[in-house]
Design a binder for this molecule. Structure first.
Ligand code: UDP
Length: 340
């Protein structure tokens, strides 16, 4: 059995990825400093899979802690999710973002190399494309200068991995650029757990529907899009998680030259904010109070993925409907809030 270390494995994407890896026959070890998560989702992963997950509460920036984890486990590969991710906060606290997001990744790579290398997946983001000149965005779409320290850390970490794989033959790398991950596991045992007021659209919607927020603000209806609201590519969290299984199959099997490949992970279909809101209300038969507000600073008007490379090379494809995804997101929120 191959063992994968998941950094940030107690979080939204990490916990869903743990479930899918275990389902595909991998062993999973989680390291998370719980700075933006608690153990709720880890417990959910254990319930879903029926397995005890080896968990280290540790900071990936701490080299001795990482060495201990590698010393106590046979680790064949890693997925690096552990990072701060709030765009606005990164503008206010850039040094904290650069220190945490860069140092944690560098430390992971150094300790992997000390221990014989392996495959490493870096979780990047469509944010590296900014507002593409041409849509859909392919992996060759030029990266735009980042508009926040957070976005910059994603670009720098991509470059770190590309350079590290070139220089260290024991390392294999893969960069996955996620579009907008949403939803929850169909069991409603794991899902998104934002701290405080959610920044992202779907948790804000579910919290508003659950009565925790007064109303949803739709940021901008004057974009040059069919209904005036911004277009995104919303990818189901379980679909996104399965992309990581395909990534390890490719890295441990077929990638011929060991180079660091880049893949877009999205659905390939744009959806507007307004359409998403309407579909949420329709599938869940729940009303949602919303109003149109001004544009949010830093938002791009439209971005969606060309996923043909991932479809062809990874043999991976998003298959869940947005309705299914929004029903799962609502089921998770209701379970959290003990609503009927
Ligand atoms: N959005 C919104 N109201 C909110 C949160 C988000 O209208 O309360 C919009 C946001 O302006 C963007 C889309 O929803 O057009 C997706 O935003 P999110 O923060 O989820 O992801 P992003 O695409 O910014 O990474």
């Amino acid at each position: 059995m191959k063992n994968i270390l998941i950094t940030g494995g107690a979080g939204f994407i990490g916990s869903h990825t743990a479930v899918e890896l275990i389902g595909a026959g991998y062993g999973v070890i989680v390291v998370d400093n719980l700075s933006n998560a608690d153990t709720t989702c880890l417990e959910g992963v254990e319930k879903i899979t029926g397995q005890k997950i080896p968990f280290y509460k540790a900071d990936c920036c701490e080299k001795e802690d990482m060495r201990k984890i590698f010393g106590e486990n046979r680790i064949d590969g890693a997925i690096h999710f552990a990072a701060f991710k709030a765009v606005g906060e990164s503008v206010d606290r850039p040094l904290m973002y650069y220190r945490n997001n860069l140092l944690s990744f560098i430390t992971l790579l150094e300790v992997m190399i000390e221990n014989g290398g392996g495959g490493v997946v870096f979780s990047s983001s469509a944010t590296v494309y900014g507002q593409p000149d041409k849509l859909p965005a392919t992996e060759d779409t030029p990266r735009k200068p980042a508009t926040s320290p957070y976005g910059n850390t994603k670009q720098i970490c991509e470059d770190i991995l590309l350079d590290a794989v070139k220089a260290h033959p024991s390392l294999k790398g893969m960069i996955l650029r996620y579009f907008n991950p949403i939803g929850a596991h169909p069991s409603a045992l794991i899902g998104e757990l934002p701290r405080g007021v959610p920044n992202n659209l779907v948790p804000f919607i579910t919290q508003t529907a659950a009565g925790l927020r007064e109303e949803l603000r739709i940021f901008g209806n004057d974009y040059p899009t069919p209904d005036g609201t911004a277009l995104r590519d919303y990818i189901d969290i379980v679909d996104l998680a399965t992309a990581h299984v395909s990534a390890f199959e490719r890295m441990t099997g077929h990638n011929p030259d060991g180079s660091c490949e880049v893949f877009n992970i999205g659905t390939g279909r744009p959806l507007s904010v307004m359409e998403l809101v309407e579909r949420f209300m329709a599938i869940n038969r729940v009303p949602l109070k919303y109003k149109i507000a001004g544009r949010r600073e830093g938002d791009v008007e439209a971005v969606w993925a060309d996923t043909s490379l991932a479809n062809r090379v990874l043999g991976w494809k998003a298959c869940r409907s947005v309705e299914e995804t929004l029903a799962n997101a609502w089921a998770w929120e209701k379970k959290l809030r003990r609503l009927k």
